[in-house]
Design a protein around this ligand. Structure first.
Ligand SMILES: [Ca+2]
Ligand SMILES: [Ca+2]
Ligand SMILES: [Ca+2]
Ligand SMILES: [Ca+2]
Length: 588
């Protein structure tokens, strides 16, 4: 925590809930009162509210032309309706984040039969212009792909890519020359079951990224049960209860280009679920990164990292497995970040109409509370169905907002329920008082026809300091939501270069004033955002930055100017002082 901030000129210091002082970013139109008990109250003063979040859709205009070929069939093969993960990462190291889409395949063959089925990589040319570089990069892929996870597993400075799919996973090593090498077999990655999502994290703290693969259910193309209404001849995708679940897979990175399957030894394989996404954060603040896994129709998992190479599944005990109603929901995507600036990572998820999008507030001491209703999200999302979800500060006011990629799972739902299949995406603005407001219409995301949205990833694609959003949709064009929010609020992007820790700094917690954010690339639904750690700074002009590296080392940068990219390299073994203060900007 920032006890001796040198940036107090840009904000006032307050005593935090745990007795520590922190820097609060002023927010226009709001007055702050700190109570003796530590609770923070906000009252709205008679002043203009912050500028509304605004997006403009620009995929086609920018050449980001991708249509997800999910291959719908009369047999309603289940993979058709759960495809759509994507990844944003800078594959060529030019400082501009690029965009990768997973794509489907023919059914029941599970083979990519034409270029329409290829996974696609788009190079960011700057100025919101994109070029398809799939063939040159060698990432067209094989099989029915589902999810993507970006991370530099071999610590060579080039971000690598894992693609999860139906009975076929692929690991690509980034060669650093704009091309990728399929190293799946050599690396020891299996392709035995249906994997939907994956994420990179260093669970054993050896400085090498390990791979968590989220497996869904036991399914084969031979599955031909009729689900739906035979009288009306309405066939629908079978509910997950008709399928056996699967345990997830954990691969330990040996550091020699190969991975060891430690699913059994680590305890991960002891838990059978119907996994859809994974997100990482150190929820119990013991310095070891933990994993949250959403399950479809059964309780979610929270794998607490014991620090000895094993995990215990604590979701029920921690209050993060189920909403307060006590019944499991169709959990899809997840993001694991602090939405209320109390310094602890919370869990935002999505689910289907009638279930709301459950939000679990981290109360400290390893406990969560269902905050869906008190934050207003219960009422705002009760009629929605969602997949991808990101907690990101879309208006740079210092409070993370929610963007969800929406649609129902059942394309025939309108024949059975008063719910819609195709939906517009949604934006929920964080009011900074523990509640969210529906900003969907005002933001412009409702300006496009509703779609069967699935994946979502976020990054500042044009380098203007405002986070842009990419979403995928079944059978429909991907959307590129260019952030055009006005108001000129400040921002800071922190990019990490690990030396003792993994090169990406994944698992680091970055604090700017009262804000905390995780360096993680696992977001949304089966998706990945690898683009530094973004902070909205409101009107603050200078801030202090503190990084808690996975190695345990803490690094500070004091008096950092707003509106820049701060690239922090972890001090190496030769540094005896565990706190290093970098003076001035380190933008690239
Ligand atoms: Ca790039
Ligand atoms: Ca690499
Ligand atoms: Ca932990
Ligand atoms: Ca915000």
């Amino acid at each position: 925590m920032l006890r001796d901030s040198t940036a107090a000129a840009s904000g006032k210091q307050y005593r935090g809930p745990r007795g520590d002082t922190f820097l609060r970013v002023p927010r226009p139109g709001l007055a702050f009162f700190v109570l003796a008990g530590g609770a923070l109250l906000l009252t709205i003063a008679a002043a203009p509210s912050p500028p509304a979040i605004r997006f403009r859709e620009a995929a086609a205009a920018g050449g980001l032309v991708f249509r997800l070929a999910n291959h719908p069939t009369p047999q309603k093969h289940l993979p058709e309706t759960v495809a759509g993960g994507l990844a944003i990462f800078d594959y060529d190291g030019d400082g501009r984040p690029d965009v990768f889409f997973t794509n489907g395949a023919a059914l029941p063959s599970l083979e990519k039969e034409s270029p329409q089925d290829w996974n696609r990589l788009f190079h960011n040319e700057g100025g919101m212009r994109f070029t398809d570089v799939t063939e040159r990069a060698g990432v067209r892929g094989r099989g029915y792909s589902m999810g993507a996870a970006a991370g530099d597993y071999d610590n060579d400075g080039h971000v690598d890519l894992f693609v999860a799919g139906v009975n076929r996973n692929v690991l690509y090593r980034n060669r650093g020359d704009g091309t990728f090498e399929d190293v799946t077999e050599r690396a020891g990655i299996k392709s035995a079951v249906w994997s939907v999502a994956a994420g990179w994290f260093d669970y054993d703290g050896d400085g090498r990224l390990d791979l968590f693969v989220v497996n869904y259910v036991q399914w084969s193309p031979a599955f031909d049960r009729f689900c739906g209404d035979p009288v009306r001849k309405l066939r629908v995708y079978c509910h997950p209860r008709y399928f056996e679940g699967l345990p997830n897979t954990l691969y330990r990175n040996r550091g020699d280009g190969t991975f060891e399957d430690v699913s059994e030894r680590s305890g991960i394989a002891r838990h059978v679920g119907k996994g859809m996404s994974v997100a990482f954060a150190d929820y119990d603040e013991d310095g070891r990164v933990d994993a949250y896994v959403t399950n479809d129709g059964v309780p979610n998992f929270l794998f607490r990292n014991r620090g000895d190479g094993t995990f215990e599944e604590t979701a029920l005990r921690a209050g993060a497995a189920l909403p307060d109603r006590g019944a499991p929901v169709s959990s899809m995507g997840a993001d694991f970040r602090d939405y209320d600036n109390d310094g602890r990572p919370d869990v935002a998820t999505t689910a289907l109409a009638g279930e709301t999008f459950p939000l679990f507030h981290n109360e400290g001491k390893g406990q969560f509370r269902d905050a869906t209703a008190p934050t207003g999200l219960g009422a705002l999302t009760a009629r929605l169905s969602g997949w991808g979800v990101v907690l990101a500060d879309l208006d740079n006011d210092g409070w993370k907002d929610l963007f969800t990629a929406n649609a129902h799972v059942n394309d025939q739902i309108e024949s059975f329920e008063a719910a819609r299949y195709r939906l517009s995406n949604a934006v929920f603005a964080n009011r900074g008082d523990g509640t969210f407001a529906d900003a969907s219409d005002a933001s412009g995301v409702g300006s496009r026809p509703p779609g069967a949205h699935r994946g979502v990833a976020v990054a500042d694609l044009d380098g203007d300091g405002r986070l842009d959003v990419v979403t995928s949709a079944l059978g429909e064009p991907a959307e590129l939501w260019v952030n055009e929010t006005g108001g000129g609020s400040g921002w800071l992007r922190v990019e990490l270069v690990g030396t003792r820790s993994n090169r990406d700094g994944i698992g680091a917690v970055v604090r700017v004033g009262a804000q905390a954010n995780e360096m993680t690339t696992a977001v949304g639904y089966a998706s990945s955002s690898h683009a530094g750690v973004h902070f909205g700074l409101g009107r603050a002009e200078r801030v202090d930055v503190e990084v808690a590296w996975p190695s345990g080392l803490r690094q500070r940068a004091a008096g950092v100017s707003a509106n820049q990219v701060l690239r922090l390299t972890e001090p190496g073994d030769g540094t005896s002082d565990r706190t290093l203060i970098l003076k001035g900007p380190a933008a690239h």
